[in-house]
Ligand binder design. Sequence first.
Ligand SMILES: [Fe+2]
Length: 381
Amino acid sequence: MTIRANWNYPTAVRFGAGRIKELAEACKSSGIARPLFVTDPGLVNLPMTKEAIQQLKDAGLAVTVFSDVKGNPVESNVYAGIDQLRVGKCDGVVAFGGGSALDVGKVIAFMAGQTRPMWDFEDVGDWWTRADPNGIAPIVAVSTTAGTGSEVGRAGVITHEATHTKKVIFHPKMMPKVTILDPELTVGLPPKITAWTGMDALAHCIEAYCAPGFHPMADGIAVEGIRLVKEFLPKAVKTGDDIEARGAMLTAASMGATAFQKGLGGIHALSHPVGALYDTHHGLTNAVFMPYVLNFNRPAIEERIARLAAYLGLDRSFDSFVGWILDLRAEIGIPHTLAGLNVDDSRLDEIVAMAIVDPTAGGNPVPLDETAAKAIFRSAL
Ligand SMILES: [Fe+2]
């Protein structure tokens, strides 16, 4: 059998404490003279954000600031941003923030020169080829949380309000030209958000590693990302100003998003509908589902997880790995069951129906049909 595969690796990443000082230079080297600075309402007035905007102005760049971005961004956020981009005659985007600001910033840049509506570019089949690649503005990404890894991804997630579903807008050219990973920008994250977003990064690494398909490079990145989470997530949660731990978690988040081009799986497939229906935090919801999905998938992943456990310095067994996940969850305050998210079985059928058609369901190592999704959800109750 001849194996054929598509492997895509991220972009230029500038990693290290204080490297936000290179933002203006990163814009210039990306061909941006008039950036639209996209962030969220919680960040826009923080000193670190104001300093970044001032830095751009001091360097002679004509900045327009846009921060009308919801926690789960919606279509109108993107279109409002496109309006600002046109008013400011912007020639590129600085996406500064967590997953929401990064996703909206990237989609605004993508839509800058398109003539078709945004939903025409949903990540379905080859719909991305409908886009005019010359109409995509360059992006510089600055991540201020360590979870989604959107700063090294080629897609943005936008909520379709009419159907309460999250849709993925994808294009290869949506990859930021430069990404800045500066751990000093994440020291202010509260312990809970640090824990929840960190568990999202871990879920990306684990699901990518377990997804079927030939992608040894993604597997290698996922495994080392999991090691970084194991060593540094508890430290980052407990000691927020531990720059080494913050840097390791930023890296693990970028690694998770790099690895999950291979696929995700049941954790995300169940977490997406629960998040959409109950407005629970994405990373926290993943963290609750994690051990139940692993146990359900055990027949397909036992040997692979045992190998991973050995790499992590645990006993070479599936049980020792799941044991570590349970200990980690307890240590950083993740609830053990769905009750901790105020989720019960009243919308089980709806959740199961949404989970099995979620775009991530196909990556689960055991086919995620109705029976499977129901069994996992019930175990998580
Ligand atoms: Fe995720």
